[in-house]
Design a protein around this ligand. Sequence first.
Ligand SMILES: NC(=O)c1ccc[n+]([C@@H]2O[C@H](COP(=O)([O-])OP(=O)(O)OC[C@H]3O[C@@H](n4cnc5c(N)ncnc54)[C@H](OP(=O)(O)O)[C@@H]3O)[C@@H](O)[C@H]2O)c1
Length: 437
Amino acid sequence: MIMSNAKSSLKIAIAGLGVVGAEVARQVINRSDQLCLAAGVKIQLAAVSARNRSMDRGINLDDIDWHDDAAKLAECDEVDVIVEMIGGSEGVALELVRAALASGKHVVTANKAMIAHHGLELAQLAETNRVNLLFEAAVAGGIPAVKTLREGLSGNDITRVAGILNGTCNFILSTMETTGCDFDEALADAQRLGYAEAEPSFDVDGIDAAHKLTILAAIAFGHQPDFNAVSIQGIRDVSSVDFAYANQLGFRIKLVGVAEPGLMPRMQTCLLPLGSQLAKVNGVLNAVEFHGEPVGSILAVGPGAGGGATSSAVLSDLIDIAVGRGGFPFGQPINTLLDTSAIKNGAWPDNPFYVRLMVVDQPGVLATLTGILNKYAISVEGLLQQGRAPGNAVALVMTTHEAAEINLNRALNEIENLAIVRAKPVAMPILNLDLNK
Ligand SMILES: NC(=O)c1ccc[n+]([C@@H]2O[C@H](COP(=O)([O-])OP(=O)(O)OC[C@H]3O[C@@H](n4cnc5c(N)ncnc54)[C@H](OP(=O)(O)O)[C@@H]3O)[C@@H](O)[C@H]2O)c1
């Protein structure tokens, strides 16, 4: 996996010249001398591919080989590294990466969906062909999260990785909290500002963030990357009133991914104490919190998307390949990665929950609700009800003591069917991720 010393340049081909690919090309062309110092060899753009050849991408590609068929880049003899910047877990990106690794070319990609779904197969191909498969840009954009785990913290026993891994969701939640607007308005704002796609489901349903969590969990705990082993919940169910209640109770609502050894990684909309590190990360920023022994806790915060941040990660992967620092894709040989069947059955420890019910304001309601909660061993820690509206629906917010999620869900199913309950109950875990909890 080490570049031959005889080489005087590292020739790269970039497939995809969109937000990230074009910025990587720009950096490689404009900052050639500086990158050469870091890499020890010149990083030379030899070939590119995109769909639209006539589009102005703000870079001069006149002397660069153009391929209409991206998969054919794998056949370019002079190219050392394929930089896959097309995206999508399947299709041409996957075809190209498979062919490139099989033909002995290194691959750098920002494609979290592809690595989350096919990382095991691709890492195996890379190992078999003694080439590098690097994907720093696939997780948290400009934050070197993969490198932190694979290199900086490699001597630690990692006990937890938690993070805000999707800037779109963090922006939407922050906007709902600060302006009091509802989800649709905040999403429209994110779309207008270019933070959300026209079709936003990958982001708001937690899938994009879960792709990244799949990758982090595999590296942190030495198991196979397995997207199907991640429990996923997005942010669509949160209402603007929840932010006000959460705030009064001393919490902030965030979409947080958490992975711990032996447990199914989970991506969830949850409440974090206002003073906790991740609760303070707002807007489009991403953050990853690493907990380990003996290091303790480390927080990395930064831009999780955009051409600049993401190309920064791609460039560092290219430099690693040039200097022979590539290493194993998931930090250890494929045959030492554990199967994920064990974690799929692991039950998460109990935690407290935030519950919001829309109930008719009438005598006896509380007794009925607590009766059902008691039946499922859910004990209420605190209650919040503002204003009175006799005979009409009002929000009743409660926090529970530590409870098993399965019990809470059973209780809420029963509660939802009561005539006094006027909307689907909303429940979110309250997580205390700080070390000294
Ligand atoms: N954008 C970010 O901030 C960000 C952050 C982290 C990771 N990523 C990842 O980086 C990758 C690229 O994202 P992006 O935002 O740069 O995407 P993008 O702006 O949509 O660009 C995609 C590029 O791929 C090209 N392309 C599409 N289909 C192709 C095909 N069949 N053959 C050749 N080229 C094809 C497009 O060509 P045309 O330009 O001709 O249409 C375009 O240049 C994705 O895996 C994404 O998840 C992106």
